[in-house]
Write a protein that binds this ligand. Sequence first.
Ligand code: DC
Length: 224
Amino acid sequence: MKKDIQVAIDGPASSGKSTVAKIIAKKLGLIYCDTGAMYRSVTWAVLNRQIDLADTAAVARLARTIKISFQPGDPDQRVFVDAVEVTKPIREGAVSSHVSAVAAIPTVREAMTMQQRQIADQGGIVMDGRDIGTTVLPNADVKIFLVASAHERALRRYKENQIKGLDSKPLAEIEAAIKLRDQKDSTRKVSPLKKAADAVELDTTSLSIDQVVDRILNIIEKSR
Ligand code: DC
């Protein structure tokens, strides 16, 4: 396997990106970068420091100054903002409901895109997010765009919350929140959630994790 391969996996919330990206990175010995966790980390820091979300200059300043880092962990990669571990709080309600607003700030996206490219410069990588194939790594060797019905994605998140012991809202509420986030992520002006012209679209609604992983591994294999 060519070591410096770049695999971009994009798609809406709970389409299975992080789960499959992590498995593929492990199988191929590549770095894994969860860019959603980076936007969540900025949002966590904004809330933690009580910065006004409307003050986009202050939010962007914060995004440029904090250091977001990852450490291997099981089942989830551990996420840190400077020295503080934020693995769990970045998945909770307060962050989830504000992250779209933070991710829509162009200067925040510039800061994150720069950090993501620096991470990709370290070697072969599987990076997942919304704009990896279109903006962050436009020359990625393999681009995948994962989709799944909103209902199926809500069900996945609901089960995931239960397994992780996170406060879980009713299924219908999760589905409504997912639809709202899809809408915000796809209609924002800067780097909207959009399939890259050269990405392969995979509908994971009725596929198991293993099936999705196998299909992507096949696509990677063919690209070599
Ligand atoms: O994948 P996720 O649900 O953890 O992403 C959290 C939020 O961050 C989501 O609202 C979309 C945004 N995001 C983004 O705008 N660009 C990325 N590359 C990754 C995530």
